[in-house]
Design a protein around this ligand. Structure first.
Ligand SMILES: Cc1ncc(COP(=O)(O)O)c(C=O)c1O
Length: 442
C-alpha cells in the first residue's frame, strides 16, 4: 500500500481492553465529549454518567480548573526526568496527598496507574523486610475476588479467576483470604454488613500454615469495587489490622477506588478508623483527567530505606513518567477542587439518599441483591441460562443505547459510582434509568 493511501476509519486496529471486541465493533458505544455529569455521543445524545467513567472522574467531567491547570502546565513544562531531577509540582502534590492521608502516612511514591501502584507497594513491602534483615518474608497475601489491576503482582494477589487463569504460574508464594461476601447473610445491605468479621481470622490459619517469618504483607481493597461492590463486614478490617500487628505483617489498603471521596472520606482508612501501612491510590487523584497512581507509605517504612551512602539510590524502582508534570498539575488542581467544593463531605451527605434510591430496584426482575456503600452500588442479576454474564452485559447496552445512562458491568453485577457532584435529582434519574434497562432484559 503506498504511504499516502488513506487509512480506513474503521474500528479494527484498536484491540480494546477488557471489552468484547466483536460485540462492541458490531454496535459501538462511542463517546465524543463530556461535561460535568454527562457524556455526549458523536450524534450529540446526552448520557448520564452513573460510573464516574471507570470510578475515576470524582469531580465530574472536564472541570475548568483541572482543564486550565493541564493546559498551563503543558505550555510551561512538558516533561522533566523522573530520576535524579524534579519539578516543583510533584512535591506540591505529594504534600497535599500526605495531608489527606491519616496518621503518619506521609511518604508518597508516584507512578501512572493503579496496576503500577500495586506493584510498587508489593515491591516496597518485600524490600522493606529485606532492609530490616528479614529477607525471608517473601509471601504476599491477597483475597479471593480482589482486584488489584493487571500487572503480574496485581493478578497474583488478586482473586478474579478470569484475570488469572490464562497467565501462567504468576508470582510464587501467594496465598488468599476468603472473599467476604455471603448472599444468604448479607443480601440487600446498605453500608457495612453485620455478618462476616470472623472471616478476617482466616489470616491466622494462613499464618499458621506458612509461618509469619515467610509473610511480607497482606493487601486488600477496604471495599472490593471491581468484583461488584463488597463493603467490608463491620469489624473485619480492625481484625485484619490486629492480626497483621501480632505477626509483623504489613497491611496494604488498595484504595484505587475508595480513595478521594468515594466512601465519603479522603480515604477508606479514615472511614473505618484503621491505619494501613501503605495506601495504594490512582483514579480520583486527578479525577481521571491524566493517568496517575501512587503509594503512600508510613514514615517508618520510608525511614527504613534512608541509610547507606548519601549518593546511593535507596529504592531501585520508578517509571519514566513517575510524577509527570501534567499529572501533577492535574492532581493539584483536582485536590484543590475537592476541597473548595467539599466533595468528600457531599458524598457522605448523599450516601443515604443514594442507598434509598438504589433499593427502589429491589423486586425488579432478576435482581438477586443490591449493595451500597458511600456512592457505590452493586446490583446482582440472575444469569441467563447457559450464558454467564449475558444479562448484565445486555442491561449495560440497553442502558447506554436506550436509557441514556452509563453503567458498569462486572460479571453478573451492574456497578454504579457516579461523580461526587451528582445531585439528588440525578441520583433518582440514574436508578430510574437503570431500572428501565433491567426491565428491558427481563
Ligand atoms: C482496587 C483497584 N486496584 C487497582 C486497579 C488498577 O488500576 P489501573 O486500571 O489504573 O491499572 C483498579 C482499577 O480498577 C482497582 O479498582
Amino acid at each position: 500500500m503506498p504511504a499516502t493511501a488513506p487509512i480506513p476509519n474503521d474500528l479494527e486496529s484498536h484491540w480494546m481492553s477488557f471489552t468484547p471486541n466483536r460485540a462492541f465493533k458490531r454496535r459501538p458505544r462511542m463517546i465524543a465529549r463530556a461535561k460535568d455529569m454527562h457524556y455526549f455521543t458523536p450524534e450529540g445524545r446526552k448520557v448520564l454518567d452513573g460510573t464516574a467513567g471507570l470510578w475515576c472522574t470524582n469531580a465530574g467531567h472536564n472541570r475548568d480548573p483541572i482543564v486550565d491547570a493541564i493546559k498551563r502546565q503543558a505550555e510551561e513544562l512538558d516533561y522533566s526526568p523522573a530520576f535524579q531531577y524534579a519539578h516543583a509540582k510533584s512535591f506540591e502534590l505529594a504534600n497535599k496527598v500526605a495531608a489527606l492521608a491519616p496518621g503518619d502516612l506521609n511518604r508518597v511514591f508516584f507512578c501512572n496507574s493503579g496496576s503500577e501502584a500495586v506493584d510498587t507497594a508489593l515491591k516496597i513491602a518485600l524490600a522493606y523486610h529485606n532492609m530490616r534483615g528479614e529477607g525471608g518474608r517473601t509471601r504476599l497475601i491477597g483475597r479471593e475476588r480482589g482486584y488489584h489491576g493487571v500487572g503480574f503482582g496485581g493478578i497474583s494477589v488478586g482473586g478474579i479467576v478470569n484475570n488469572r487463569k490464562m497467565f501462567g504460574s504468576l508470582l510464587a508464594g501467594v496465598d488468599h483470604l476468603p472473599a467476604t461476601y455471603n448472599r444468604e447473610q448479607q443480601a440487600f445491605t446498605k453500608g457495612e454488613p453485620a455478618w462476616g468479621a470472623h472471616l478476617a481470622d482466616e489470616l491466622e490459619r494462613i499464618v499458621a500454615l506458612h509461618d509469619a517469618s515467610t509473610i511480607a504483607a497482606v493487601i486488600v481493597e477496604p471495599m472490593a469495587g471491581s468484583t461488584g461492590v463488597l463493603a467490608p463486614p463491620k469489624g473485619y478490617l480492625e481484625r485484619l489490622r490486629a492480626i497483621c500487628d501480632k505477626y509483623g505483617l504489613l497491611l496494604i489498603f488498595d484504595e484505587v477506588i475508595t480513595g478521594f471521596g468515594r466512601l465519603g472520606c479522603a480515604f477508606a482508612a479514615e472511614r473505618y478508623g484503621v491505619m494501613p501501612d501503605m495506601i495504594v491510590f490512582a483514579k480520583g487523584v486527578t479525577s481521571g483527567a491524566v493517568p496517575m497512581g501512587g503509594v503512600i507509605a508510613r514514615d517508618g517504612i520510608y525511614e527504613t530505606f534512608m541509610r547507606g551512602p548519601d549518593h546511593a539510590i535507596e529504592l531501585f524502582h520508578g517509571y519514566t513518567y513517575s510524577a509527570h508534570p501534567l499529572a501533577c498539575a492535574a492532581g493539584v488542581a483536582t485536590l484543590d477542587l475537592y476541597r473548595q467544593e467539599d466533595l468528600f463531605a457531599r458524598a457522605k451527605a448523599l450516601e443515604p439518599v443514594f442507598a434509598d434510591a438504589a433499593m427502589t430496584l429491589k423486586g425488579f426482575p432478576n435482581v438477586l441483591d443490591i449493595r451500597t456503600v458511600g456512592l457505590c452500588c452493586g446490583i446482582d442479576l440472575a444469569s441467563r441460562a447457559g450464558s454467564p454474564g449475558l444479562r448484565a452485559y445486555e442491561a449495560m447496552e440497553r442502558g447506554f443505547h436506550e436509557a441514556d445512562v452509563m453503567v458498569r458491568v462486572a460479571g453478573e453485577t451492574l456497578a454504579l459510582s457516579p461523580p461526587l457532584i451528582v445531585s439528588e435529582a440525578q441520583i433518582g434519574e440514574i436508578f430510574e434509568r437503570v431500572g428501565q434497562a433491567i426491565k428491558a432484559v427481563a
